[in-house]
Design a binder for this molecule. Structure first.
Ligand SMILES: Cc1cc2nc3c(=O)[nH]c(=O)nc-3n(C[C@H](O)[C@H](O)[C@H](O)COP(=O)(O)O)c2cc1C
Length: 198
């Protein structure tokens, strides 16, 4: 009964497209698990902002908790769960920073408020009160006043997860779910696939 995944990237794109048609919001939301320098695991949602044969891209603050974790341990596990389709996809692999140029190109497409927010937020650091954040927002609004485009902060940009393992899961009757795990030795290598017991 297990399905054959001849091209995992295409199957991922197909499932993501289908989820875009059925999920209420954020079909591109994925849980991203990382390992802090001290070995503590942590997890949070980020949005997938592009995927292709190179890998899966997301954007964040390089100095927040996940940014520092990825600096110390440049690998991650990502998980998509589409409730409306009863499907999940798991990704595991090394993570690299995108180039500043690629990050800037994506930054330029964001709403102004989000671009200012990237400057203003000291992501994951203690916030004394909401006014402290608002005051930083006001400062950067003043700094970039009248400018349609402006540089991103050095501490903000993209990462690319290059999976060495992917798993496609879809719900089956009586919890006899279908699972196919694909692995490869190198990030550009050929995939080997195996069905798994549910
Ligand atoms: C639906 C959703 C989408 C999110 N997208 C992002 C994102 O793309 N990038 C990001 O840095 N944080 C995003 N967040 C916030 C993160 O979950 C998290 O709170 C933040 O990145 C700080 O995580 P950290 O302290 O582990 O670095 C999103 C949260 C939700 C609920």
């Amino acid at each position: 009964m297990s399905f054959n995944v001849s091209d995992p990237l295409s199957l991922f794109s197909q499932w993501l497209d289908e989820a875009a048609g059925t999920e209420v919001n954020d079909p591109n939301a994925m849980a991203l698990a990382t390992l802090d320098a001290d070995g503590t695991l942590s997890n949070r949602i980020v949005l997938l902002k592009g995927h292709d044969a190179q890998g899966f891209r997301f954007f964040t603050n390089y100095e927040g908790r996940k940014g520092l974790a990825l600096e110390a341990n440049p690998k991650a596990a990502a998980l998509f769960h589409w409730k409306t389709l009863d499907r999940q996809v798991r990704l595991e692999g090394p993570v690299k920073r995108l180039s500043p140029e690629e990050s800037q190109a994506y930054y330029d497409t964001r709403a102004r408020g989000s671009r200012i927010g990237a400057w203003a937020s000291l992501q994951s650091q203690p916030l004394p009160d909401r006014e402290a954040l608002q005051s930083r927002i006001d400062d950067y609004e003043t700094r970039f006043e009248g400018l349609e485009q402006f540089p991103k902060p050095d501490y903000w940009g993209g990462f690319i997860l290059q999976p060495l393992a992917m798993e496609f899961w879809r719900a089956g009757d009586f919890r006899l779910h279908e699972r196919v795990r694909l692995t490869r030795r190198e990030t550009r290598g050929d995939w080997t696939q195996s069905p798994l017991y549910p």
